[in-house]
Design a binder for this molecule. Structure first.
Ligand code: UD1
Length: 423
């Protein structure tokens, strides 16, 4: 298995260009199941989760070409309406095919996504929504079989603004003639990007003045071309890495307003930021990093996906910072690894108290999830000496060309595989 070797203690400097959003690209790729016509998607990041999604689309009967971040999805015979566990277990977002398949075939047979390292992550909100739309959901031998004699438009109130459930139900409702209204929906920019793509496919989705999503379902959707929005989590990750290494980095080709809370928290921590419509510069800053309390919340709140990198920054603060993780129940797995690197962190249930230290220490650590893995890379960049981060397959799920982008900013980082004994 690949690892990263990082020679830390260098300030990052230069410009990094942000890739298309993983969390927008995945559901947008899935949305192509709603039509047999050709769809062309640009700025699709070359990541493990994207490649898994392309395999899923191929399994279901699509023809895919993927070159230079552009994916062309075309029909390739009759679509299937079931997925094998092998494909679902690799990625929870595989379950998002349920919405489009149910809409098209009135039946979908999908393995339940298993537990995941960062929490239980059930799909009850998705299933309840499908039931509201007239489907019956049966769980048999780990699979959920979702069937409907007839799908009917409905008014659905989500018990929590789940990102995945909002996207899954929207995709389904687009092909149910009549008016479906979704309430208490996720407002993440990735949901907006899915809506933009669906509307280009001929869907009619708009947000009303109460923030509800109103869908006027159609009998068919057509092909469309779309460019995926910038990845706000990659953006935030590079901003935080620049800040923690006390570097001078311009994060370009992003949408700064999608990281508004993060930018405000960083200013409160002492950093001066230069923000344009499409870039954020973190200029050199040698002052103290003030402790700032964050609490993760649905958008526009502090992103749970940036909680781990934020924790790495706070390990270097000048006091004690509190971090409340209110979205996932087990998302502090990076904390013990950061402690092995000299951090002072105390966690209890959903709260972490991080007391800043002067320096982090290089160490051999293990990534246990995607964003926690990035937090360890960030710590390795800050620590004097050579750190080794294992299990970087987690990180490969969500950061495109990470080591190339960091190396271009002056970091010394290389990938190696001890089993192959080669660099
Ligand atoms: C998406 C993102 C993920 C991000 C998360 C929260 C993708 C591919 N992934 O995940 O990176 O961390 O949003 O911003 O876009 N829940 C239920 N029942 C459900 C669905 C969710 O209880 O049916 C709970 C989850 O266990 C979790 C919370 O709701 O505690 C948020 O989950 P959700 O917003 O659905 O996250 P995902 O869409 O899975």
């Amino acid at each position: 298995m690949d690892r990263f070797l990082i020679e830390g203690g260098k300030k990052l400097h230069g410009t990094v260009h942000i890739s298309g959003s993983k969390n927008a690209a995945l559901p947008i790729l899935v949305a192509t199941l709603l039509t047999d016509e050709k769809c062309i998607l640009h700025r699709v990041p070359n990541l493990r989760d994207v490649r898994t999604t392309l395999k899923i689309l191929e399994y279901l009967g699509k023809k895919i070409t993927y070159q230079n971040n552009t994916v062309v999805v075309e029909a390739n015979g009759q679509l299937k309406n079931n997925l094998p566990y092998e494909l679902v277990k690799q990625m929870r977002a595989s379950f998002w095919v349920a919405g489009p398949l149910l809409a098209r075939f009135k039946e979908a047979d999908i393995p339940l996504p298993g537990g995941c390292a960062i929490g239980v992550r059930p799909v009850d909100i998705h299933l309840k929504g499908f039931e509201n739309l007239g489907a019956v959901c049966d769980v048999k031998a780990g699979n959920v079989i979702i069937r409907a004699e007839k799908l009917t438009p409905a008014q659905i109130v989500l018990r929590f603004p789940s990102v995945g459930a909002t996207q899954n139900l929207l995709m389904c409702a687009c092909l149910i003639p009549g008016e479906t209204i979704l309430e208490n929906v996720a407002k993440e920019p990735e949901v907006d990007d899915v809506i933009a793509f669906l509307n280009k496919m001929g869907a009619d989705i708009r947000a009303d003045e109460k923030g509800r999503l109103v869908v006027h379902g159609k009998t068919a959707l057509h092909g469309a071309e779309h460019t995926v929005v910038a990845d706000r989590i990659e953006t935030g990750s590079f901003i935080l890495a620049a800040a923690a290494t006390r570097g001078d980095v311009t994060v370009a080709d992003c949408v700064p307003e999608h990281n508004a809370i993060l930018l405000s928290d960083l200013r409160e921590a002492g950093f001066t930021l230069e923000v344009t419509d499409t870039s954020v510069r973190v200029p050199p800053y040698e002052g103290e990093i003030k402790p700032v309390r964050v609490r993760t919340a649905p958008y526009p709140g502090f992103a749970t996906d940036l909680q781990a990198p934020w924790m790495t920054l706070m390990t270097l603060c000048s006091g004690t910072a509190e971090i409340d993780e209110d979205i996932f129940e087990n998302r502090f797995m990076h904390a013990p690894e950061l402690v092995r690197m000299g951090a002072n962190i105390y966690t209890e249930k959903s709260v972490a108290r991080v007391t800043g230290v002067k320096n982090l220490l290089a160490a051999h650590v293990q990534a246990s999830d995607l964003r926690g893995g990035f937090a360890l890379v960030m710590a390795g960049l800050c620590a004097q000496g050579e750190s080794e981060v294992e299990r970087i397959y987690h990180i490969d799920r969500g950061y495109e060309n990470l080591e190339q982008k960091l190396a271009a900013l002056g970091a010394t980082i290389r990938r190696y595989n001890p089993d192959k004994d080669e660099f």
